[in-house]
Design a protein around this ligand. Structure first.
Ligand code: PLP
Ligand code: COI
Length: 341
């Protein structure tokens, strides 16, 4: 029986939807792939994904616009990142054109599950690739499976755009020349315990510092971070060990070209964070999640915008980004991929 969704009260959670795309890599080549109604993976107990975490994924969204079109936001950048993640893990790259066609195919096959415009919810697209063949020694697999599945989701951290609290983790997220800049399952596996501790202590999410010196702000467990200075500049950490967030890169463009703001992508010292006026996480799942408070041991930073209100600049960034994604504000060329219903 098909699941009924309460569009305006969706969690950010997995649900089984009717169709997903599955392609297989064997004997040195990817097959063409096909749509499937099977949500279960059937793989060896000694597969490289299970033994050695040889897997990466990505995440982006399809939106229903005000005039009832369905559009996918900047999936070319997600494809590029998925390619980089795959290469870094020794996974054969699935061809770009086929990837984008497959995404359109899956969204189309599940088109009735793209939430209505008014609900504010979206259809989340999750491509994932993993080594399926058995390998006891530490080597890349000979065989792989790629899946692209979708599900309707609501907001990740809280009800809409309400400030959250972050905790500076005692653990590190990614080594300087490690895998922080790719979307590998292993980056998230290592964050689970630190995440449990943060949640138990009442925080929405961990903030990670650079592992080499623990003086610079990197990013959160599932989102990049940005700050607004007292004189209205947009500041965001630049580091080779953070994930190149599509949302952050889009917001930099929005700030510069839609809101005439000055942008600084640079090293951000933790010591300067208390001087900022506003703070927000940003990501596909997080969208813009304003941060009201950051705690690091005995130190507590309360942003002037507090825990009840969203700062005016973050609100403007949020409204502009959402407007672009939902077709009420003209998008830059190439940002929206339309899915014909
Ligand atoms: N950083 C991490 C660790 C993430 O998991 C995500 C989520 O994708 C992001 C940043 C945000 O990236 P994007 O805006 O491409 O979703
Ligand atoms: C996303 O924003 O798409 C993410 O993947 C973050 C998190 C859910 C892992």
């Amino acid at each position: 029986m098909e699941k009924k969704y309460d569009w305006s009260n969706l969690p950010f959670d997995y649900s089984v939807t009717p169709w997903r795309f599955i392609a297989k890599y064997k004997d040195g080549a990817w097959d063409d792939g096909t749509l499937s109604d099977d949500p279960v993976c059937h793989i060896s107990e000694c597969s490289t994904v299970i033994q050695y975490s040889q897997t990466c994924f990505d995440g982006f969204k399809a939106y229903r616009t005000k005039d009832d079109k369905v559009v996918i936001f900047r999936m070319d950048l997600n494809e590029e990142r998925f390619e980089n993640s795959s290469k870094r893990l020794g996974i054969p790259v699935f061809p770009k054109e086929k990837f984008m066609e497959a995404v359109i195919q899956v969204v189309k096959a599940n088109i009735d599950l793209v939430p209505p415009y008014e609900s504010g919810a979206t259809l989340y697209v999750r491509p994932v690739v993993y080594g399926t063949s058995a390998c006891l020694g530490v080597h890349p697999a000979e065989e792989y499976e790629l899946r692209i599945f979708v599900m309707p989701v609501g907001s990740y951290y809280s009800d809409g755009i309400k400030p959250i609290s972050l905790c500076v983790s005692d653990y590190d997220r990614a080594a300087p020349r490690g895998t922080g800049d790719i979307k590998s399952g292993l980056n998230y596996a290592m964050s689970l315990y630190a995440g449990l501790l943060a949640h138990e202590a009442g925080f929405a999410e961990n903030l990670y510092l650079d592992p080499a010196t623990r003086t610079k702000v990197e990013e959160a467990g599932g989102a990049n971070i940005l700050f607004i200075t007292k004189d209205g500049k947009f500041v965001t950490p630049k580091s080779t060990s953070i994930l190149p967030s599509v949302t952050r890169r889009s917001l930099v463009y929005v700030a510069q070209h839609y809101l005439n703001m000055e942008v600084e992508e640079r090293t951000v010292l933790f010591d300067e964070v208390e001087s900022f006026e506003e703070c927000s996480l940003c990501g596909t799942a997080a969208v813009l999640s304003p941060v009201g408070r950051i705690v690091a041991g005995d130190k507590e930073i309360l942003f002037p915008t507090g825990m009840q209100t969203v700062g005016p600049v973050v609100k403007k960034l949020y409204d502009t980004l959402i407007g672009i994604q939902r077709g009420t504000i003209p998008a830059p060329d190439g940002w929206l991929f339309e899915v014909e219903g």
